[in-house]
Design a protein around this ligand. Sequence first.
Ligand code: APR
Length: 246
Amino acid sequence: MESKLQRYPMEEMRTLRARVDSAASILVLTGSGISSESGLPTFRGAGGLWRTHRVQTLASLEGFSADPVLVWSWYNERRAAHAAAEPSAAHRALAALEARSGNFTLATQNVDSLHLRAGSKNVLELHGSLREARCTTCDARRVLDGPLDASEIEHACGGRWRPDIVWFGESLPQAVWARAVDAAERAEVVLVVGTSGLVNPAASLATRFARRAYVVEINPEETILTPEVALSIRARASDVLPELVT
Ligand code: APR
């Protein structure tokens, strides 16, 4: 039987494996590509969310203010799709890699909670998550254990419940961002998995802040980050990451 390793330059996999095995500190940055293998759409790929929906309408404060019912119906749909999805072999491999690595941080742009469901522990959700809603006025929080109905959007304080997501034009949660930058600056190896690298500041974790790290990109396609990394492996996440923990 042909081993998966043979599909990629053996040399690349050997290099990656050796670097990961000897690294005292690892940062992994993930994007929607890692969840595409769980059946969830990416944003900019074929059939991607931003190909079929208007960003300004659905992922901005202005869009929410203009039509909160529409925004909530979209996030309710996404939350249901996340709940119905299962972590992929790639998600599980990262949880296994964390379990055997000394200093390991996983910074994700994804809001689908699949890393946590795969068993990852030190997860930084750079763009928030769909597990909670928060009030636009008093910042109160509530757990989302089902769809939020249109009749529930108004909060008693006069504010509105909104998804606990970072929308375009908004800043990342400060404490989470500070921990991600710290992890990038300490990292000896940075794995960039399943992201186009088009959104900042998340992408800068793999470039500007990872100054001392050996940065490896895993993506079936070239990205804006490809010229800036030490090694770029043209492959799907679940064809490479499990090889690092066998
Ligand atoms: N394995 C690895 N990479 C994959 C796979 C796979 N199986 N399938 C697709 N990819 C890659 C694509 O080639 C693409 O480069 O995943 C990337 C997905 O890119 P985008 O659709 O741009 O998504 P992402 O990088 O996560 O977007 C960043 O943009 O819209 C905002 O907040 C949103 O967090 C999101 C951010």
